[in-house]
Design a protein around this ligand. Structure first.
Ligand SMILES: [Zn+2]
Length: 113
């Protein structure tokens, strides 16, 4: 069980959790009752999820907004694919390709409707 945000979102996707931005800007999490502890971990990170991920996760945005992501002079291994990356995710500053992040939490076609 990773404490890193992208892995938490991957777990949420695999568990079938719906994460959406509610009408008042709050994070709404829906899912099976058995996912209670995962839901609590998601809610613990709600500020980061609302800031950087929920609109893509929910299918509202077509891509992640990584305008504030840093580009390092030193490549490190992407935490998702293991290949060299100079890009860092904008929230935790970990080496990660944007396309890897998107592919790992992208909604399925049915979920995006
Ligand atoms: Zn990658």
């Amino acid at each position: 069980m990773s404490s890193h945000l992208i892995h938490l979102l991957i777990e949420a996707r695999q568990a079938g959790l719906d994460l959406v931005r509610g009408p008042e800007g709050k994070l709404i999490v829906r899912g099976p009752r058995t996912a209670g502890s995962l839901v609590r971990r998601v809610l613990d990170r709600k500020d980061h999820i609302l800031h950087g991920y929920v609109d893509f996760y929910s299918g509202k945005a077509g891509c992640l907004n990584w305008r504030t992501a840093a580009v390092s002079e030193r490549a490190k291994c992407c935490v998702l694919c293991g290949r060299w990356s100079i890009l860092r995710d904008p929230i935790e500053n970990r080496p990660m390709h944007k396309v890897c992040a998107e592919n790992s939490i992208r909604p399925t076609r049915q979920e995006a409707t």
